[in-house]
Design a protein around this ligand. Structure first.
Ligand code: GLU
Length: 290
């Protein structure tokens, strides 16, 4: 049997909080329970929001919690070339198209067309991208690109799905003991045509996460429930790019007193602030139930 490979993949765009502590602890404990490896991946493709200080904070907080990982950590910002090569394959297969509207322009387009009320939204609540750009002629696309119009590469989700041999699903563990599994139907269509790259930079979360899980031989993806629906898109990309699907466990989220998901801007649950307030690693583990 091959050694199971787990990964904790935080983005250094803020301080780690209790939710990250839970995720990192689960990854470490589940990997240990099955004799697996645990990788750390720094998901810093958004170079405008990620900083070396937050990255250093990740190493510091994990060490403080006593969570070890295989070194060196993979830093996504060092691998844009890998993601670009994958994007080129999707361009060659005509599965992506240049989308010229920004998110706010797309919203305005929807309002202008008088359909804002019934317009479908993705699982995160954002309106799906209109199909206007998909219908542009090749010539018009070339003209706009030659003029220097900004654009993003979006996946033609409908076309991609139509080319598959059958329905898409993934295997989800039912609990952190990795006892039983269940089959989940993937529904990438819920996201519409997702962005895979901005003009020249292949910097989308979806493409990078799928690429790295495959390149690093990740067999077990343990991450928060907030990414459950996004796994549908990841499964579609894995099929299109010929990557083997990992098995998933989407864990419960740590919430605040009002039951809201924690955010990186909330100081009170930040590991750094808790440490400064004298909270010990053992107390953090108790707080997240591990
Ligand atoms: N980088 C993502 C985050 O910090 C997690 C990605 C993943 O685990 O697949 O939310």
């Amino acid at each position: 049997m091959t050694t199971p490979v787990f990964r904790f993949a935080p983005s250094p765009n803020g301080e780690l909080h209790l939710g990250h502590a839970l995720s990192a602890l689960l990854n470490r404990q589940m990997a240990d329970a099955v004799g697996g490896r645990m990788l750390l991946r720094i998901e810093d493709i958004d170079t405008t929001r990620c900083t070396p200080e937050f990255e250093a904070g990740i190493y510091r907080d994990l060490e403080w919690l006593g969570i070890d990982w295989e070194r060196p950590a993979r830093r996504q910002s060092e691998h844009f070339v890998d993601y670009a090569k994958l994007l080129d394959r999707l361009i060659a297969d005509d599965l992506v198209y240049p989308a010229f509207m920004s998110r706010s322009e797309a919203r305005a387009w929807i309002v202008e067309h008088g359909e804002s009320r019934d317009w479908p939204r993705d699982p995160d609540g954002a309106p799906l991208y209109p199909d206007a750009d998909k219908r542009l002629s090749k010539r018009e696309r070339r003209r706009r690109i030659a003029e220097g119009a900004p654009f993003a590469w979006r996946l033609d989700t409908e076309k991609a799905l139509a080319g598959l041999a059958g329905p898409l699903s993934w295997t989800e563990f039912s609990d952190p003991q990795l006892g039983s599994t269940r089959k989940v139907d993937a529904q990438p269509e819920l996201w519409g045509d997702v962005v895979l790259a901005r003009k020249d930079v292949a910097n989308s979360y979806h493409l990078a996460v799928v690429a790295d899980d495959a390149l690093q031989g990740v067999t077990h993806v343990v991450r928060g429930e907030d990414l459950f629906a996004a796994t549908g898109i990841h499964r579609l990309l894995q099929e299109l790019l010929g990557f083997p699907p990992p098995t998933y466990f989407h864990h419960w989220l740590v919430t605040d007193r009002e039951g809201r998901k924690l955010s990186k801007s909330e100081q009170a649950t930040g590991l750094n602030a808790l440490r400064a307030a004298g909270v010990t690693p053992e107390e953090i583990k108790e707080m997240v139930g591990r």
